[in-house]
Write a protein that binds this ligand. Sequence first.
Ligand code: GDP
Ligand code: MG
Length: 237
Amino acid sequence: MLGCLSLTYPMSLLWQARFFTTVNQLSDLPNYKVPEIAFAGRSNAGKSTAINVLCNQKKLAFASKTPGRTQHINFFSIGGAHVGQHRKDPTRVDEIKCFLVDLPGYGYAEVSGDAKFHWQELLGRYVQMREQLTALVLIMDARRPFTELDVEMLEWFAPTGKPIHCLLSKSDKLNRTQSTDALRLANTVLSSYVDESGTPLPFSVQLFSALKRTGMEEADAQIRALLGLTLDEVASD
Ligand SMILES: Nc1nc2c(ncn2[C@@H]2O[C@H](COP(=O)(O)OP(=O)(O)O)[C@@H](O)[C@H]2O)c(=O)[nH]1
Ligand SMILES: [Mg+2]
């Protein structure tokens, strides 16, 4: 499958992503002045699967049939190690170009009390205060986007004025008409967010299916653009 994928989908810099660190409190966030883009979404929305396929790796992010398992912030670095280099080689931190950040999935009912409070607080403070964070990729099941917690996430992030790119995930579950309707509705919802002067916020949306590889090129291009990664950098690697 990967062979045929590479015929239609040129190698992306995202494919260089490798695990960097796991963080459970804000004081442990890595302190490098490189841009980072964070992936957010409800538990089970397809976030880990999306990260894996965009990075062309089977197990980079933990994808699971058991929701609510990833409750830490995971950082994946791009750059700092050459493609094909053995994973155990030390990461050359001065060469890190950017980070992909896998945020804890929210909305998992069985996480209770203190633990839930801890990581919702972690999540909120991270997205609102993190200077290096250049944009958010918000992953929502195409069949039920903009749940209450998704809207809360949008509204936490909106005041930063930074972009949000939404992936309507698992779009293979919708037929063509349903997909068109879902995309149109999402565009309507997103364009209702405006700043004080009435200018729309930099929010965008697309259909995505990891299963069918729908929307891969668009998502890849958006993420690289939001990270400021240019194609020239591929050539220089
Ligand atoms: N049909 C379909 N299922 C998907 C897709 N992406 C993920 N899934 C399934 O949705 C479930 C949750 O995916 P996961 O990536 O672990 O979600 P996360 O909790 O948001 O990280 C898993 O059973 C995946 O196999 C997709 O594009 N299409
Ligand atoms: Mg996950």
